[in-house]
Design a protein around this ligand. Structure first.
Ligand code: SAM
Ligand code: DTB
Ligand code: SF4
Length: 336
């Protein structure tokens, strides 16, 4: 039985990342099978409920108000609009709806009240509800939990050092504080990052070291390949080689064995064979639907055909990612 560790060192993780590729995939797949059902893939749908005009300066993001991109600034969607999108996602057999807002942080105003209504409505439809709304206080996290929020996405993106170069309007600690607030509210944590920002292998490994050293591992870890968007400071970044994506996914699987590893942004640039290698390396989730937040994603039917080819099946909602959050011992929460 492989032990779940919270004390991985950067050196150990670096050694894993640099293992000969086929051996790395074998190790990751072996660990994946020990902890998870390797034939099952969790499918989430993304919905941008508040698009563009964000106050932050994240260098990768087309939604920052500071960059001249083609993203239109839109107001917060209405509750009926969101309910319609949720019905569509449910009809497609998606188990989770992730609602994203281009906000620096949540404010206690009528927009937040509306988001709480959205969370309640989507939850009542039997879908797992996820939100990604920027920074949260403990109280806001609790309100979301009370409304029926299942998971909160808040990425740490890269290493602390590189974070400072990519974003100047908030700190790594701000990110970690929000994750703690989400934990305290007993909401499932989704936190990962982006590769292809110009970071080194060591930065990638340091990000995984931070995630794996959390007292309770994130229940899901999205690994995004940068989608370089015209108008952003990172528009000319070269595309991430598929081999880096495979290594990153395999390493995540090995150091955080029970988590749902999400093969996230960047799939439109990946071949089916490349994605198959990512699943072999332990990825067990995707975002499906023709759009991510503002950039394209593979066609939904093409993804279902990929599942058929690879013999993968979408996971049902509420199957329990790792440990149901409600069962996390009070003691563990208090010690965070
Ligand atoms: N504003 C909230 C926040 O920053 O947490 C939520 C939305 S934000 C768009 C969610 C995540 O999308 C970011 O943390 C980042 O990891 C990812 N992301 C944004 N732009 C991206 C891009 N061009 N390529 C890949 N991932 C991207
Ligand atoms: C995550 O890690 N990736 C998703 C989701 N969490 C919110 C977002 C990817 C965004 C890609 C750029 C865009 O479409 O705007
Ligand atoms: Fe705003 Fe989130 Fe984009 Fe940063 S990543 S600019 S916080 S929407």
């Amino acid at each position: 039985m492989t032990e779940i560790r919270h004390n991985w060192t950067v050196e150990e993780i670096l050694d894993i990342y640099n293992t000969p590729l086929l051996e790395l995939i074998y190790k990751a797949q072996t660990i994946h099978r020990e902890f998870n059902d390797a034939g099952e893939v969790q499918v989430s749908s993304l919905l941008s409920i508040k698009t563009g005009g964000c106050a932050e300066d994240c260098s990768y993001c087309p939604q920052s108000a500071r960059y001249n991109t083609e993203v239109d600034v839109l107001k917060l969607m209405t509750v009926p609009e969101v309910m319609e999108a949720a019905d569509k996602a449910k009809d497609r057999g998606v188990s989770r709806l992730c609602m994203g807002a281009a906000w620096r942080e949540v404010r206690d105003n009528s927009d937040f009240d509306r988001v709480l209504e959205m969370v309640k409505g989507v939850n009542e439809k039997g879908l797992e509800v996820c939100c990604t709304l920027g920074m949260l206080t403990e109280n806001q996290a609790q309100k979301l939990a009370d409304a029926g929020l299942y998971a909160y996405n808040h990425n740490i993106d890269t290493s602390e050092d590189t974070y400072k170069k990519i974003i100047t309007t908030r700190s790594y600690d701000d990110r970690l504080d929000t994750i703690k607030n989400v934990r305290k509210a007993k909401v499932s944590v989704c936190s990962g990052g982006i590769i292809g920002l110009g970071e080194t292998t060591e930065d990638r490994v340091k990000m995984l070291q931070t995630l794996s050293s959390m007292e309770i591992h994130p229940e899901s870890v999205p690994i995004n390949a940068l989608v370089p968007v015209a108008g952003t400071p990172l528009e000319n970044q070269p595309l991430v080689p598929i081999w880096d994506m495979v290594r990153m996914i395999a390493t995540t699987r090995i150091v955080i064995p029970k988590t749902v590893v999400r093969l996230s942004a960047g799939r439109t640039e990946m071949s089916l064979e490349g994605q198959a290698l990512c699943f072999a390396a332990g990825a067990n989730s995707i975002f499906a639907g023709d759009k991510l937040l503002t950039t394209p994603n593979p066609d939904f039917n093409a993804d279902m055909e990929m599942f058929r080819l690879l013999g993968l099946t979408p996971r049902k909602a509420f199957k329990g990612e790792t440990q149901p959050v409600s069962k996390i011992k009070e003691k563990e929460i208090e010690s965070i």
